[in-house]
Design a protein. Structure first.
Length: 205
């Protein structure tokens, strides 16, 4: 089975960021409502710890509620020491998804978004590369699994998205403009609409 190199890079970069946090920062609420920074770590690690049978079993137990299953998987990791969870994420960084229908681009996009979920509330320096943001924007808007990653993705019909800091655009209609990273986080339903402008923003509100 081929290694997931891009996903591996995203997972290791996420691990680097988490490894530098204080105990207090680990308990900071992230932009992902369900989790603190530590919870996000446990969430992304749970998917390298779970195999296909575990995923199927989790879906059955949760009655095919993906969010409920994800929470249960993350809770198992919360019982472990943080440094042990980080080590697991690193050691299995290039592992593919437990289900073959989930492409590498989906995992990579998930990591890029979740890193910002942690980084933004803590005011941490750094951020995703332009290449990572562009790939995530392309995945969410154009890949057939984009709606699976962001189940409540804002409507794309009738809006024209345009980044102000890179050459990226999508769609036609009411304009929504702003930094590419802000567009990415808005597409992931994070509270960043005030960072965007254009007639299409009210439609997303």
């Amino acid at each position: 089975m081929a290694e997931w190199k891009r996903a591996g890079t995203a997972r290791n970069e996420f691990a680097d960021m988490i490894e530098g946090l204080t105990p207090e920062q680990l308990e900071q609420q992230s932009l992902c409502d369900a989790w603190t920074a530590r919870g996000v770590l446990c969430h992304v690690t749970s998917f390298v710890e779970t195999g296909a049978f575990g995923m199927i079993g989790g879906m059955l137990k949760s009655r095919f509620d993906f969010d409920k299953m994800s929470q249960a998987m993350a809770d198992k990791q919360l019982a472990r020491p943080v440094d042990e969870v980080i080590a697991t994420l690193r050691s299995k960084a290039t592992k593919s998804a437990p289900m073959p229908m989930f492409p590498e681009e989906m995992t990579t996009a998930d990591l890029v978004i979740h890193a910002q979920d942690v980084r933004r509330p803590l005011g941490l320096a750094g951020g995703p590369t332009d290449e990572a943001v562009r790939a995530t924007l392309d995945f969410i808007t154009s890949h057939k699994m984009g709606k699976t990653l962001i189940a409540d993705r804002p409507p794309l019909e009738g809006v024209a998205l345009s980044a102000t800091d890179m050459d990226w655009s999508f769609g036609e209609g009411a304009e929504i403009t702003g930094p590419a990273e802000s567009l990415m986080m808005a597409l992931a339903r994070r509270p960043v609409l005030d960072e965007l402008s254009g007639l299409g923003v009210d439609r997303w509100r």
